[in-house]
Design a binder for this molecule. Structure first.
Ligand SMILES: [Zn+2]
Length: 306
């Protein structure tokens, strides 16, 4: 009897472990990575059906890693481990593309080795109680707690700065009033890659965090400048989804510019936000709608920031 009970105990424990693992992967998925260009990896969390959190861009700079974005807090250790499993060397720099928690929430997992770098506005936002996207329903905002001092960026950029690791040169450039007011873009010309954070939402209209000083025209201006600084073989790595080619980025910019122009004309002609929303965008742009960013939301983000 005792033996039977012990066996049941072992089986139950094994079942719990299996359930725990299955449950964990369903909720958080697992961390994996893909080499998107020589020496450049995208590290992300996937449940097999969808990705959770943001991409971490990991660049092999020879004898150290450079990381762009640090993932959501609970997933950052997994991302850190994944990077180490690709090549066991220290992380020299970790940049935050902007303050949103899926991009800066994992800073603490990198601070032992890496110098955390962001735009100066990111550090001041993170240092206090702050408001931002709730990302649970269209247009939702929520409050976030102040970030612990040790997880705050220690190096801040006001306009642009160049860093080097070994022979690799990294140019970090601030684009004002775009997705937020603290967006950083990282140009790595030698590798023909540009990490652009959330200036693009690859599945649909871009998100503008109006509470954080973002503007639709700022996103268009940033994308235009990024294309001007790069060439046709460059690869653009976003905070979410798969990278864009130059042709894809040009198409995306065209959609952004045309929809802004449309809303601006309607606003100038005296229409209220509600009227423009009720009328909607011209048919050809509606396929860019997503569940979290339907056309009414994109119209609002443009209208309110013109
Ligand atoms: Zn964001």
């Amino acid at each position: 009897m005792k033996k039977l009970l012990a066996r049941i105990g072992v089986i139950t424990a094994a079942l719990l472990v299996v359930l725990g693992v299955v449950g964990y992967t369903q909720i958080l998925g697992f961390t994996t990575s893909a080499e998107v260009r020589g020496k450049v990896h995208l590290v992300y969390n996937t449940s097999g059906f969808s990705r959770i959190g943001a991409n971490v861009v990991a660049i092999d700079a020879g004898d150290a890693w450079v990381v762009f974005d640090t993932h959501l807090g609970p997933l950052a250790k997994g991302a850190f481990k994944q990077i180490k499993s690709l090549k066991d060397m220290p992380v020299r720099y970790a940049f935050n593309s902007h303050w949103h928690p899926d991009h800066s929430g994992g800073n603490a997992a990198f601070t032992d080795e890496a110098e955390i770098i962001s735009h100066e506005n990111v550090r001041s936002v993170l240092a206090g109680v702050h408001e931002g996207f709730g990302l649970t329903s269209p247009g939702s905002y929520r409050e976030y707690k102040a970030v612990a001092r040790e997880a705050l960026p220690e190096t801040v950029i006001s306009d642009q700065s160049t860093f080097s690791v070994g022979a690799l040169q990294l140019d970090a450039v601030h684009y004002p009033a775009a997705h937020t007011d603290g967006d950083l873009v990282l140009f790595v010309e030698q590798l023909k890659v540009v990490a652009i954070g959330d200036l693009v939402w690859p599945e649909g209209f871009p998100f503008i965090d109006v509470h954080s000083g973002g503007t639709a025209k700022g996103v268009a201006a940033a994308l235009k400048d990024i294309l001007r600084r790069t060439d046709n073989i460059s690869l653009y790595l976003m905070g979410h989804g798969d990278p864009f080619t130059a042709a894809q980025l040009r198409d995306y910019l065209n959609m952004v510019e045309q929809t802004i122009e449309y809303v601006e004309n309607e606003k100038t002609s005296g229409k209220t936000l509600e009227e423009v929303q009720a009328q909607g965008l011209p048919e050809k742009w509606r396929e860019w709608q997503t569940k979290l960013n339907p056309q009414e939301e994109w119209i609002r983000m443009i209208y309110e920031t013109l």
